[in-house]
Design a protein around this ligand. Sequence first.
Ligand code: CA
Length: 231
Amino acid sequence: MMKAESSGRRILLIEDERKIADFIRRGLTLEGYQVQVAYDGESGLDAAVEQKPDLIILDIMLPAIDGIEVCKALRDAGLDMPILMLTARDAVRDRVAGLDAGADDYLVKPFAFDELLARIRALLRRRAAAEEEILQFADLTLHPATREVTRGGRRIELTAREFDVLETFMRHPRQVLTREQLYERIWGYDFSGESNIIEVYIRYLRAKLEANGEPRLIHTVRGVGYVLREA
Ligand code: CA
């Protein structure tokens, strides 16, 4: 195990069972991580918001606010560090709920410590790679980690939703996306077929992307949806 990879990385552990928390904290500290422990969901949330750790290990079974609620609250607060859930129960429902709540991975108790280490390393590596990712199409660039968008070097300010819509297109260039697909990917639930919200966001995006008279990149495919392609 290369300690250089872990050194100085800050991990917040939210776990109410002291024995397990101590065991994990000791092991991770030996590996070179800086570990902070919170013994309930509420103080875990506070610690996460204040400290912004590099990674959170979150037990699902917590008193008062459970791990699922904590995870949702963290994501709602805009915190996007990797979250590794721990669950004592080998219940598919828990794992699905955890992933739906915004967790990146989960581990079922009891687990081998080496497996915990491997999951942590993988999540931190994935995060490092994601931070360097830049999407490009024509003269558009989009940096998912910093949420910066430029066109021909011109910085474009987008709202969170506009950014999400554009990112979806840039991950599927030259592919026709239906309104349903866009709706499901961005809003995450079934499309009712009545809302014109997609049209509204496409209009906003076009206005910003074409503010200097640049050629259109998001095209309407009549009766189907939209596609990102060169004119
Ligand atoms: Ca617990």
